[in-house]
Design a protein around this ligand. Structure first.
Ligand SMILES: C[S@@+](CC[C@H](N)C(=O)[O-])C[C@H]1O[C@@H](n2cnc3c(N)ncnc32)[C@H](O)[C@@H]1O
Length: 186
């Protein structure tokens, strides 16, 4: 964790063909098993690789990102049928600029390793999630993979789990390029 941010000018890489093959957004969302009535937050949404397909599967998605250029790119891509279902929120994690108990689930894809203060992040998640709320984390294993940040900036699955002591592991998936954790708030 270095606080280094994915550069907005390279955002096209976040939805290129290579990524679509290696880390399909629909499969991430299938593993989350969202319900149509849920409100979600996509934390560090970037230009919406997961936000947009997730908005088709839930009632509303708050897209939180620290870079306005990412949120602008996201909103420019939202198809008409999803009007009003994606709410862009400019903000810098670990603070989550949403009201207490306002979300059923949060997802952070390829972003938690970029957050400096994970205890503060967990505490914000506990504030914003409704009781029994879910947290989905997708991040990179602590070894070389074909894409992702330097290994020195990554958290292993075990390190990631131990950074969220107020969440229990519901399920975990390990793939060659990334892992996904489904956690539920105690
Ligand atoms: C590698 S990109 C991933 C974007 C998106 N989740 C995806 O899977 O395509 C990381 C994103 O997290 C955002 N980000 C990094 N640190 C952040 C922070 N402290 N607060 C909010 N957003 C942050 C960056 O601006 C960037 O859009």
């Amino acid at each position: 964790m270095t606080g280094r941010r994915f550069p907005a000018e390279e955002r096209k890489r976040l939805s290129d063909e290579e990524r679509r093959k290696k880390q399909p957004a629909e499969e991430i969302i299938d593993r989350m098993s969202p319900s149509p009535d849920e409100v979600a937050a996509d934390l560090g949404s970037g230009p919406g690789y997961v936000t947009i397909p997730l908005a088709r599967r839930v009632a509303k998605v708050y897209a939180v990102d620290v870079q306005q250029a990412m949120l602008d790119a996201l909103m420019a891509n939202v198809p008409g049928e999803l009007d009003g279902r994606i709410v862009p929120v400019l903000g810098e994690l670990p603070r989550i600029p949403l009201p207490d108990g306002s979300i059923d689930r949060a997802v952070a894809v390829n972003v938690v390793h970029e957050i400096e203060d994970l205890p503060a992040f967990e505490s914000e998640l506990r504030r914003c999630l409704r009781p029994g709320g879910r947290l989905s984390i997708v991040d990179f294993p602590k070894r070389e993979t074909s894409f992702g940040p330097p290994v020195s900036e990554r958290l292993s699955e075990e390190e990631m789990l131990s950074a969220f002591p107020y969440f229990r592991k519901v399920k975990a998936w390990s793939y060659p390029e990334f892992y996904q954790l489904e956690l539920e708030m105690y």
